[in-house]
Ligand binder design. Sequence first.
Ligand code: TRP
Length: 360
Amino acid sequence: MEKEKFIDPWGSELPEDYAKLIREFGLEKFNVSDFPNPNKLMRRGLVFAGRSLGIISRAIKEKKPFYALTGIMPSSEKIHLGNKCVIDNLVYFQKQGAKTYMLVADLEAAATRGISLEESRKRALNYHIPAYIALGLNPRKTKFYFQSSNKEVTSLAFSLSGKATLNEYRAIYGSTSPARIMSSVLQVADILYPQLEEEMPGIIPTGIDQDPHIRLTRDIAKRAKGYKFFLPSAIYHKYTPALDGSLKMSKSKGNFIELPESSESIKKKIMKAVTGGRKTAEEQRKLGGQPEKDMIYELFKQHLIEDDKELLQRIKDNKAGKILSREDKEYAIELLNKFMDDFKRKFEKAKNLVPKLDIS
Ligand code: TRP
């Protein structure tokens, strides 16, 4: 029972009912018509909610300064297609004029996952940062930093820690621990830090699992009167389900696609994926497929098919029994291979660029 009232940013439990989430946590529904040039996640309802979206929508339309910031904890060595949604949204705001920040949560990884600062740095420089760049982040227009090297952020964290109470922590996170408390105050500082440089609103694209940190930041920002912070805005996307239809990505089950991934392994994983297809080709032609239950369509929708018309036509044809699941899988493999070739090429280029960037 207890569990339902909390989102645990360090846990692996995933919420299934998004409407309920919006109600229970007082999120704002995302309204695509408020945002110019929406990306495909926004157009297709995959971006479903946020906080204080109006101020960012206005900043974009009126060309006023604002920032977009997100952080990664390099706890996994590679990212997967699900993680790409955060990057797509960050890139979207960057293209709409946001001052852009990407931080590496190496202190959080040390405190909550026992990963050394050296290991985090290595993973971030050799993989995570180039991967973000390969996925569209403009490195020349992004400020990258490591939590452990940014003194302004740590100082701000110490100063803001005085504004939080233990009761508030319990109300937001349920149970907590010193490592989690330290990490979340630091994250509050990450989120507000760009406002020390310039008074402007900012938006944090993340998974919904990070919403507790956003709530804490908003509470603290309200109370930190001397600073005149704008309450941070946030934007959340739905989870990418695993290829077997479950919500949990599991390495041993091989049910998700990493970046990059070889064509053999793509083929193996896609061939095993759960579809909405019928038992036989004949049945499929008669009854039609069920794209809404089909993990291949989930991939088409979230990542692989850019053009809305093409996607809609394909969904229609699948429902009408004109496309067999085998054909969908072959097409997905083809698109994924193209995507990986492109990713690998950009990743190598980005890797060479990283040493030339000013990353502190
Ligand atoms: N806690 C985030 C994670 O688990 C990482 C993070 C640190 C972050 N600071 C941030 C995310 C600021 C968004 C904004 O991955």
